[in-house]
Ligand binder design. Structure first.
Ligand code: MG
Ligand code: MG
Length: 264
């Protein structure tokens, strides 16, 4: 069932998503060689709680095992999604790390993800990140009333496949609101004109998960961490958007992150 949001609800969603944006920016500033993903997790949890919200991912139930132990997902290099923060995972020069963050603020959810570079990254990897981010914005451009979910999927897929990258099938974008995962599903692959029609009031998270090599993935023994089958790197960028006033309104933001990335 799809829950369309009122203008008031969209503003509550914006507040939750702007807190996610600020949290990601704080985490990004701390990303450097030598830092552990557990340190980043502690920083995120404290920041979210200091702002009166809950880290939605903490304790998130798992159909395959125990609840998620962290407040953010920290997915390094060949980890596509759901990387578990750990004292033993130390970032090194040339790594990439996708930080996925969710907050629950005043009853509404925010959800956004950004893939950060650790120091100098190879041009091949930089290209993967750039293409994945471009695909996210192409997906958002396609998210207008009257279009269908498949138009978003098609925009993401064609852009990434044209560059020779893989599109992860097992994990998809989603509706979002009072629950972090609501209907409809928003896959990163699909056909134009297919799927649910987009309407004013629909809030969705669009989140391309794109691999440099094969799109095949597997789950680690920890029952959370998802790796690429060939251990080549993967990128993940996610915005939560509201469709209203006839267009897509991005509720999360990369503005602060991009400001300091450009200044580096
Ligand atoms: Mg997310
Ligand atoms: Mg999401």
């Amino acid at each position: 069932m799809i829950f369309l949001k009122t203008e008031e609800e969209i503003e509550l969603m914006r507040a939750a998503n702007l807190l996610v944006a600020k949290t990601l920016a704080e985490v990004g500033k701390a990303v450097r060689p030598g830092v552990s993903t557990a340190q980043l997790d502690r920083l995120a949890e404290e920041f979210i709680r200091d702002h009166g919200a809950e880290p939605t991912f903490k304790g998130f139930p798992n159909p395959y095992g125990g609840p998620f132990p962290g407040s953010i997902c920290t997915s390094v290099n060949d980890v596509v999604v759901h990387g578990v923060p750990s004292e033993d995972t130390i970032l090194r020069e040339g790594d990439i790390i996708s930080v996925d963050c969710g907050t629950l603020l005043n009853g509404y959810n925010g959800d956004s993800c950004y893939t950060f570079q650790v120091g100098e990254v190879s041009s091949e990897v930089r290209q993967l990140l750039a293409t994945t981010k471009e695909a996210l914005y192409l997906g958002i451009q396609a998210a207008v009333p009257g279009q269908r979910v498949g138009d978003i999927s098609y925009a993401v897929q064609t852009h990434c496949e044209a560059a020779g990258y893989g599109i992860v099938r097992e994990f998809v974008g989603h509706g979002i609101g009072r629950e972090m995962h609501e209907d409809p599903q928003v896959p990163n692959f699909g056909r134009r004109g297919q799927g649910k029609q987009l309407k004013n009031g629909l809030c969705i998270a669009i989140e391309p998960m794109i691999t440099m090599g094969t799109h095949q993935v597997y789950m680690d023994d920890d029952r959370w961490t998802i790796h690429t089958q060939d251990h080549r790197p993967a990128a993940h960028f996610e915005h939560t958007i509201a469709i209203h006033h006839g267009k897509a309104d991005i509720l999360s933001s990369f503005e602060e992150i991009e400001k300091y990335e450009a200044a580096r």
